[in-house]
Design a protein around this ligand. Structure first.
Ligand code: BT5
Length: 262
């Protein structure tokens, strides 16, 4: 089933997420197109989706494999909160995707701080939030990649050991449009909660799904590596680490990425 079924989208029971829907068979990156459309004042909640991306992006210049039957899409957001809080949208989106997967399958997704969703220890979804700011206000381009019906061949030699897809975990394909709609419903719900009440309600939901707290982790920034135990996330979404010397450190998720346990 293709994702260009506009009738299905027009029935989506959201207030405004997904009502404005751009479908592409193949483009470089949905985040790039979303940025351009944002600058052309397309409304908040506009979804840009592609059957395939030729230049799918991860964080820090990494690549995102976007071939096979996945969900590769971006949502334009114009938060009314301070831009310093905007990185919390990554955690909010992880909660929304985890809940959508849980609601539509019998799988148990886990969130690895800050932005990965894993099933049985393998990555099934990645999230890339980018700030698009001008003098007066800002937008967030929220990019989400979910490996829905990808085969082992789609994942290729490089990712077969670390990544998975929903169909590989389920043993059968699932309806991508149904999952997309559920993700957008969850996303809108959590986004509205965040706009109204900030990070607090997200924090608890995030903790319920997380697989990071209590684990020995290594956190690497571009310059340094930190080893220790992940203790909690604070009221802003930052990860609290007790390093191997017993010192407490807070990591802002905008700056660092979490590596596999060693
Ligand atoms: C991410 O980066 O996980 C963010 C991925 C965001 C992708 C979406 S798709 C729609 C929108 N348009 C875009 O161009 N991007 C967004 P990061 O945490 O840096 O993880 C990247 C790493 O994940 C890579 O270096 C690989 O190791 C691994 N990886 C790449 N493709 C993958 C895939 N399809 N499934 C699982 N792991 C993958």
């Amino acid at each position: 089933m293709k994702l260009d079924d506009y009738n299905q989208m027009s029935n989506i029971p959201t207030k405004w997420f997904g009502h404005n829907y751009y479908y592409y068979r193949e483009i470089g990156s949905t985040n790039h197109v979303a940025k351009e459309l944002d600058e052309m004042y397309e409304p908040e909640g506009t979804v840009i989706i592609a059957e395939q991306q030729t230049e799918g992006e991860g964080r820090l210049g990494r690549k995102w494999l976007s071939q096979g039957e996945g969900l590769w899409f971006s949502v334009i957001l114009r938060p009314k909160r301070d831009s310093a809080d905007a990185p919390q949208i990554t955690l909010l989106a992880a909660v929304a995707v985890a809940e959508a997967i849980k609601n539509k399958t019998n799988l148990t997704p886990g969130i690895k701080w800050p932005n990965d969703i894993l099933i049985n220890g393998r990555k099934v979804c990645g999230i890339l939030t980018e700030l698009n700011a001008n003098e007066d206000d800002y937008s967030i381009i929220l990019g989400i990649g979910i490996n829905v019906n990808l085969s082992l061949e789609d994942l290729g030699d490089q990712l077969q050991d670390t990544a998975t897809s929903l169909s590989l975990e389920l043993g059968s394909n699932m309806n991508r449009m149904e999952l997309l709609k559920e993700v957008l419903i969850q996303l809108e719900e959590w986004y509205l909660k965040w706009q109204k009440s900030g990070f607090k309600p997200i924090r608890q939901a995030w903790k319920n799904h997380n697989i990071t707290i209590g684990e020995k982790v290594m956190i690497s920034s571009l310059q340094e590596k930190f080893h220790g135990e992940a203790l909690d996330i604070d009221d802003t979404g930052a990860l609290i680490l007790r390093d191997d010397e017993g010192e407490m450190k807070n990591f802002n998720f905008g700056e660092v990425s979490l590596r596999n346990k060693e």
